[in-house]
Design a protein. Sequence first.
Length: 481
Amino acid sequence: MATLAISPKRIGLAHWMEQVLLQAEKAAESFEADAVHDLRTALRRCRSIADGMISFDADPAWKKMKKAGKQLFQSLGELRDTHVLKDWIERLAPENDPSAQAMNAFLARREDEFRITAGAAVHQFDRAKWSEWARWLPSRAVRIPLDSAVFAHFALERWQRARELHRRALRNRTNVAFHDLRIGIKRFRYTVENLLPTLHELWAEDLKNAQDALGDVHDLDVLWQTIRGIQAIPDSASQESWRYRVQAERTRRLEKYRSKMVGEGSLWNTWRAALPSDDRLRELGSQRLKIWASLLDPNVSHSKHVAELAIQIFDGLADEVSPGIRQSHRYVLHAAALMHDVGCAKVNRGHHKISARMIRKIAPPLGWTIDEIRTISMVARYHRGALPSEKQKRFRALPASKQTSVKLLAGILRLACACDVEHDARIQRIEVEASAPVLTVRAQGYAAATPLAEHLAAARHLLEIAYQRPVFILPDKSHAA
């Protein structure tokens, strides 16, 4: 089992997208239980990988593929549930039990209905579009190496969500809570399987057992609801006998789950220990934002250079920033510099507004807050174009302290962008002298009486407003000498 789990042919997106096409053809022939299960498994793997990649790559094809896979997956759900219930009845029913015969007859009629629905869905499935995505998306997925730290960071998000659902299920003990927990563990399992194959080699059996135990609990809950709903057991004695058997199986599965997942030696702790520590979350979140931007930005080298210059300016002004927010501002500025041109992937004119809009939609990675993401979007918004103003709705809604921060960081970014306006890295390095009553910026590669100098003279204005002092831009000291 572990060997199969780490085989590239079994974990790659290209493999699973091809399997969807192959299994769809097989399922369409008969819609037997194994064929339906294999098709849903392939679809689930593709959707899981897409769900992970959406956090890193804003290419719209990921969402389209995920949506198409979800539609086909759900159309097969009721048919698959019917197959599972028939299997449980066969396992639990006494020999020649009339109640089992009645339930099987009911499920057989439903199976015929669901085959028709599933057949229509498979027929309508756009294989040509799926094949197109299968040629395009795997080439984007391989840009981030498997087993990378950023994938482990993403897996930790899934672990946290599943762990929260675990605590809720043990507290509430409702059917819905255990069903949600099963889905949470399933998502964590598939994330590890598809993105962290080395860890999955170690955890494969435990992950599968935990998911299977909760899956059986859900199936047994559905079975009992079906038995009661169709009134297949008329006499109370038989009904009580069935209830006892179903409940006993359900209790065994929950005990199996608890034995591995509760207590100090639980698998939750084992899994958490292998994922990134808390002190790395901030930096790994930054790396994820950087990857997201790099897959959109048409000129990544320019954005990286602007980020370096922006941090050099910020560090020269660090004493002017409150120590309590200094590190947060530095992270925000660096991220905004790397992300400021992502809107160029969609438009050229007014791309700064599109960049801000795209950044606002990002879910904050672990170690980051939604407030910081919104600040990044505002700083990117003002790296060019109109200055921040009370006339602008989003800026006006900010508290005064936040407005001050946005002006300062956007002023720094605007000046750093202007230093590389030609995307030629002419200005290599910046040193800042923040002595009152002026701010002196010495730029290596700067020369007066040039078009670049004229551009910088206009770009420094926002920083002057935020800093409340004039900004002088001069050549570096060696050039001046």
